[in-house]
Design a protein around this ligand. Structure first.
Ligand SMILES: *[C@@H]1O[C@H](CO)[C@@H](O)[C@H](O)[C@H]1NC(C)=O
Ligand SMILES: *[C@@H]1O[C@H](CO)[C@@H](O)[C@H](O)[C@H]1NC(C)=O
Ligand SMILES: *[C@@H]1O[C@H](CO)[C@@H](O)[C@H](O)[C@H]1NC(C)=O
Length: 235
């Protein structure tokens, strides 16, 4: 009898997300962990004179399939028609293919492995001439168990603008303004509601007092009337 009961290893369907979540949380602690691959889009705004990471992530559909990949990056400056190759990465060997980028590109992708899923590069000392369209290509060979190999090419595009100073995205400004508007709006609304309720309660209280007084007066009046009647009857 085997020690591991296969049924205990199989996870029920609704346990899988929890399992994945745990895996995602633990992944930074584990060295070889493919479960954490996520295709995050690259930033698209670089500041002149600084460094910039051109992101290019392509996750494997099935992380258990072994793969080998090489990477090529191409660039088309704004206003030009053609792409030129600027960089290649093959079995850990990085080559800068264009003079404009010499000594200005560092590998920022997957390390210690030829199974590249992150093909990002780092651009040093960005100039205005670097704005344009970048394309990365991953040439991936997938090796399946039965000696079957499959080649796939994945391409991604990054439209880069170079600015003199870091600007904040409009979306971020709009959302900050909206946050203040909604906080102040809600507080004002709460205040108005409080005043309104206070006045309503106060008015209702006065009304109730008046009614109570009236009721008392009437009660006394009718009581005295009754008494009077009683007295009259008694006479
Ligand atoms: C990318 O490369 C730059 C320059 O070599 C380095 O400073 C940076 O830490 C790298 N980032 C990552 C995530 O590897
Ligand atoms: C990038 O800029 C730094 C600081 O300005 C400079 O020391 C370095 O030589 C520059 N590198 C390249 C490749 O231009
Ligand atoms: C940018 O390109 C122009 C025209 O090709 C060139 O004259 C200039 O020196 C370049 N600037 C930088 C910082 O490389």
């Amino acid at each position: 009898m085997s020690l591991i009961n296969p049924q205990a290893v199989l996870l029920p369907g609704d346990m899988a997300p929890v399992h994945l979540l745990l895996l995602a949380l633990l992944c930074p602690l584990i060295d070889h962990c493919d479960g954490a691959c996520a295709e995050v889009d690259s930033d698209t705004e670089a500041v002149v004179g600084r460094g910039f990471k051109l992101g290019c992530i392509s996750c494997k559909r099935r992380s258990e399939v072994e793969a080998f990949a090489t990477v090529e990056w191409y660039f088309r400056p704004t206003g030009e028609a053609d792409f030129v190759q600027i960089y290649s990465y093959n079995e850990g060997v990085a080559t800068i293919e264009h003079i404009d980028f010499s000594e200005r590109i560092d590998w920022n992708g997957s390390k210690r492995s030829n199974d590249i899923q992150d093909a990002s590069i780092y651009l040093l000392n960005v100039t205005f001439n670097d704005s344009g369209t970048y394309q990365c290509f991953l040439y991936r060979t997938l090796s399946y168990d039965n000696n079957f190999q499959k080649r796939v090419i994945v391409g991604k595009v990054v439209h880069l603008t170079v600015v003199a100073k870091a600007t904040r995205g409009t979306a971020s400004i709009v959302s900050e303004v909206m946050m203040y508007v909604s906080i102040i709006g809600l507080q004002v609304w709460l205040l108005i509601e409080m005043i309104y309720c206070y006045r309503k309660i106060a008015a209702a209280g006065e009304e109730a007092l008046r009614e109570a007084a009236n009721a008392e007066y009437l009660a006394i009046a009718s009581e005295s009337k009754d008494n009077c009647a009683g007295v009259q009857v008694g006479e």
